[in-house]
Design a protein around this ligand. Sequence first.
Ligand code: DAH
Length: 338
Amino acid sequence: MVDKINKKIKEINSFNPKSEKDIEEFRIKYLGKKGELTSLFLDFKNLDNDKKKTVGKLLNELKLLAQSKIDDFKKTFSKKDISQALNDITRPGDPIEIGSRHPISIVKNRIIEIFSEIGFSISEGPEIEDDWHNFSALNLPEHHPARDMQDTFFIEKNPDYLLRTHTSSVQIRHMENNKPPIRTISPGRVYRNEAISSRSHCFFHQIEGLSIDKDVSFADLKQTLEYFTSQLFGKSKIRLRPSYFPFTEPSAEVDVYWGLENETDYRMTKGTGWLEIMGCGMVDPNVLKNCNIDPEIYSGFAFGLGIDRIAMLLHQIDDIRLLSENDIRFLDQFKSSF
Ligand code: DAH
C-alpha cells in the first residue's frame, strides 16, 4: 500500500493543469466522494494495526498535498483571469455612482422656475458687500437700531465691508443699474453672526424678489405671493401680518395655511395650521430715491425668503445643520427629487 501511495504522490506532484476544468477534474479524481483517496482510506481500515501508523501518516500527507495543489492552481488561474479581463477592451465599464442635487439647489431652482414663468429675471450680487448696499441704501442709516436685527460679520481690516446679511443688497444693485419696469429675483448665500443651534447657522440662503413699475400695488404683491405658494406648496391660502422692515412701508410677514391634517402638521405649525414663510412689503420711497428712481412715478413691492427653511419644510428636515454637513447618506436621499 505504501508503494501505491508513493505512486499517487508522484502523480500529484507532476500534475500540470491547462484550465480550471482540469483542476476540477483533478479534484474529483482524488478528493471526490468516490475518488482515489476515499478508496485508499477504505483499504487503510483493513490494515493490521502495526502498519496503520506509518500508512496513516502517509495517507494524510497525500490528502494535504492534493488539497494544496488545487488551492495553488486555483489562485494562479484566477490571477490570469483578472489580468485577461482587464486587458479586454470590450469589458463593460465600472458603474459610476450618480450624484444628486443638494436640497438647497433643488428648492432654489424650483423657486427660480416659478418666478421665471411670470417674467422675473435672475440677478446676483457679491457676498462681500459694502455698508451702502447692505444697510444705508435700504433705509438703514448708521446707528439705526434696526441694524441690530441682523448680527453682522464685518471685515476686520475695513469695517466698511461686511458679509452681506441678506440678499436685499442685490435689490439696490439691480435698481442702480436698471430702469423700471423691474422684475427680478436674487438668490444667494447670506451670513449672520448667530449661535449655531438646530435652527440657526452662521450662513444660510435667501431669495429676494423685487418688482417696480408704474401703479404697482399691494394687491399685486398679494397676487404674486398667492401664485408662488400655490406653485411651490400646492397651497394658495395666505395671510399677511403687519410687520416692520426699514426698506418697506407698509411691511408684512407672510404666513401660508399649511393645514392641520396630521400630527406632523400640528407639530410644524404649533397647532395653528399657519406657517411663516417670508417677509415682504411695498418698497419704501426712500429706497427708490437712493437708487435714483422717482417714487412719485414708480412704486413697487419686495419680498425676501429663506431657502433653507423652505427646503426643511418641503422635505421634512428637522435640523438645519444637515444642510451644510453634506453627509452623503443624507444627500443621497434627494436623488429622485425634482
Ligand atoms: N431682508 C429681510 C431679512 O433678511 C427679508 C425681507 C423682508 C426682504 C421684507 C424684503 C422684504 O425684500 O420686503 O430678514
